[in-house]
Design a protein around this ligand. Structure first.
Ligand code: GUN
Length: 300
């Protein structure tokens, strides 16, 4: 193996430390406590784990955590009424509605009902537009985390060839905009891209966010490239015993690590950065709401 392993777990802990320092300063100097409200509708097991972790890490950083767990049958009207209350609550600086929502609820309608200034997921249509036009936005947490890892590893990204595999609204598209803003030459590839291998081979920066286990092998990677693997896929692992599973990314780690200059592992790469960036976005939203200086190194 030749690649350096990018330790997202350690980097996320550093970000959370910076967040906690800033939270303390906001409290000591301005009597402010940033608050994050998380809304979970229904009982999706993965979502429940995420929400629990978000609440725990929010409190560990010294912020206020407000959790709203609603039954799966909650009407769209009731959910919109809750969002209106959270929009109006001065103690709430960030609002996150955990996705996916049950089928009877219009996801876009709910997300666009969140106050743009409290949209710490960066999914509101106005934040999407602000990011796309290079204006000050709240930026989706996972791509923000990827950008932080890339800047930490590479310094300035200007002029580098970046290939983003995946075109989702949550990762692929905002990632492309962030890389463009840092003056990369950006290609967005996806499941219909012709000769995906050849497209990937020109990447100095390869971001994989397709949700297909180990789809990208080492021979698609340019020697020395920086590889950011956003995928978190659970696959059967019979070698660990009957019924056992393991987590893998969208990149075939063992072969990619022979070629890349640096690579994020799964787990322990991009994953821990997402909640760290959610906390960072909440502090940013709190500072903006009160006209205060934003935390350095915690925004895009
Ligand atoms: N579900 C999976 N990832 C996310 C995320 O980043 N934000 C929200 N709100 N829901 C999710």
């Amino acid at each position: 193996m030749s690649a350096d392993i990018i330790d997202g777990k350690a980097f996320a802990a550093t970000i959370r430390g910076k967040v906690a320092d800033h939270v303390k300063a906001l409290h000591d100097e301005h009597g402010l406590v940033p608050g994050l409200a998380v809304v979970l509708v229904g009982e999706d097991p993965a979502s429940q784990v995420y929400v629990r972790n978000k609440g725990k890490q929010t409190e560990e950083a010294g912020m206020a955590s407000f959790e709203h767990r609603l039954p799966a049958e909650t009407s769209e009207e009731d959910l919109l009424a809750l969002i209106a209350r959270l929009n109006a609550a001065p103690a709430v600086h960030g609002i996150l509605v955990q996705l996916p929502l049950p089928d009877h609820i219009d996801e876009a309608k709910v997300i666009n009902a969140i106050d743009v200034a409290k949209d710490v997921d960066g999914f509101h249509i106005s934040n999407v537009g602000l990011l796309a036009t290079g204006q000050k936005a709240l930026v989706p947490c996972t791509p923000l985390g990827c950008l932080m890892l890339l800047r930490d590893r590479l310094g300035a990204l200007s002029g580098l060839d970046a290939v983003v595999v995946g075109r989702s609204n949550i990762v692929g598209k905002p990632m492309a905009h962030l890389l463009l803003r840092d003056s990369c030459t950006v290609t967005v590839a996806h499941s219909r891209t012709r000769d995906l291998a050849q497209v990937c081979r020109r990447a100095d920066i390869l971001v994989a966010a397709v949700g297909r286990p180990e789809m990208i092998p080492g021979d698609w990677i340019k020697p020395g490239a920086t590889v950011i693997d956003v995928g978190i896929n659970r696959i059967p692992a019979p070698e660990r015993g009957e019924g056992k599973t393991r987590l893998v990314g969208d990149v075939h780690f063992e072969s990619a690590a022979q070629v890349a200059g640096a690579i994020t592992p799964v787990p322990g790469g991009v994953g821990p950065m997402t909640i760290a960036c959610l906390l960072a976005n909440t502090v940013t939203a709190c500072c903006r709401a009160h006209g205060l200086v934003e935390p350095e190194g915690l925004t895009a």
